[in-house]
Each structure stands twice: as structure tokens, then as C-alpha cells.
Design a protein around this ligand. Structure first.
Ligand SMILES: [Zn+2]
Length: 209
């Protein structure tokens, strides 16, 4: 990793001005990790990409992150602090980027890879989604499109079949598997409102930092 100086940071900021959050994250990483090609950066899983963003953030601004959220029940604004090291997985917990995986679910044999920034960009309009994570608001069809892009092979009893044939239960099993394989892409925080005691979960998204 290259530690960016103020001039370099300003240049990156200018390049990213009219770009989506997803694109900005990649521009920033390309400047900070010149040893990794832009294609490889775009093809990293979201968790790997987020790991690099966290390393960069840590290097530029230190460990601490100030977070804010608004209670969905009473609209109380809450703030809390995290350390990046709470989220950053070690490299052996993160799968290598070009890996393909297999899943046997509901009588179907699936071969798949993890979603990357290119998939997210292709499927999702970047202003609908923050930084490229599987947000709850993401529509079912966008999620299906994403799964379909990541599926390399679908078989049932040795013969190939189409994505459209897969039942919801198999798609759900695949979604669970994607989340389990790329844990850093999907960091959830449990919050409790100090005002009304409502408890809920938020997604932590390093790209928006
Ligand atoms: Zn509340």
C-alpha cells in the first residue's frame, strides 16, 4: 500500500467528484494500491475490497470511526465509536478472489463465485445502494440478477438447468452461502436506542466513510 499525501488525496477526490460511491471506492483503492491492477481491484469480492478500504482508512486517519444512526422508532439520533480493528478480518478469514465454490441445495448442484464491484455496478444503480452491499431495500429482482451473474454452473442430477428453474429456497441457500463466504462484505451492528430501547440492526459500510 502507498500512503497518499495531501496532493494525491486531493487528486483522487477530484476524480471521484461526479462518480458513484462504488466508483469512488475503486478510484481511491487504485491510487493507494498501485501494485494491484484496476481490473483485479474491480474483481475482488466486496469483502476483500472493503478490507483494503479499511486498511487505507486506518493508515490515513487511524483506528477510530465515528458512526451515527437514527432510531427508526423515535427518530433519536445516536452516535457511537468503533475501532476499525473490530471489523477487519485477517487474510486467512477471507477467500482468495478468483475462487469458485460449490453448493448442493434442494437437489441442485451449483458452482458460483463471490459478487464483486463489477457485478454490483452492472446490477444496481449506484445511488440506490450505498457502496455495493446487499442492503435490505435492494429489490428482489436486483438480488436475483446478482445471484444469476455469480452462478457459473447449475445442474440437477447431472444435467444443466437454467437460473429461472431454481426455487426460492435454493436461492436463499445460495444467498446465505455468499454471506458466510465473504463475511467482511456484510458487517452488521446491533443497536439499541438509549431513548426508547428499540433494538435494530444496521449494516456497516466502509465505502461510505
Ligand atoms: Zn428510539
Amino acid at each position: 500500500m502507498k500512503v497518499l499525501n495531501a496532493d494525491e488525496l486531493l487528486t483522487v477526490w477530484e476524480q471521484g467528484l461526479n462518480q458513484s460511491l462504488l466508483r469512488r471506492a475503486l478510484i481511491l483503492l487504485a491510487a493507494a494500491f498501485p501494485e494491484i491492477s484496476p481490473d483485479n481491484l474491480a474483481q475482488m469480492s466486496i469483502g476483500q475490497r472493503d478490507g483494503l478500504l479499511m486498511q487505507l482508512r486506518q493508515c490515513l486517519f487511524g483506528q477510530e470511526l465515528l458512526n451515527t444512526a437514527v432510531c427508526p422508532e423515535c427518530n433519536e439520533r445516536i452516535e457511537w465509536q468503533n475501532n476499525l480493528s473490530d471489523f477487519l478480518l485477517t487474510s486467512d478469514q477471507i477467500p482468495p478472489p478468483q475462487d469458485t465454490f460449490e453448493l448442493d441445495a434442494g437437489g441442485y448442484q451449483l458452482r458460483f463465485r463471490l459478487p464483486n464491484s463489477l457485478d454490483i455496478a452492472a446490477v444496481i444503480n449506484s445511488h440506490q445502494i450505498q457502496g455495493g452491499q446487499l442492503h435490505q431495500s435492494q429489490s428482489a429482482s436486483q438480488k436475483q440478477q446478482l445471484l444469476s451473474r455469480c452462478l457459473l454452473q447449475i445442474e440437477q442430477q447431472g444435467s444443466g438447468c437454467d437460473f429461472e428453474e431454481l426455487p426460492d429456497s435454493v436461492l436463499q441457500a445460495l444467498t446465505n452461502q455468499l454471506e458466510a463466504l465473504d463475511p467482511q462484505a456484510d458487517i452488521r451492528l446491533n443497536l439499541t436506542c438509549p431513548e426508547c430501547a428499540h433494538a435494530w440492526t444496521v449494516l456497516f459500510d466502509i465505502a461510505s466513510f
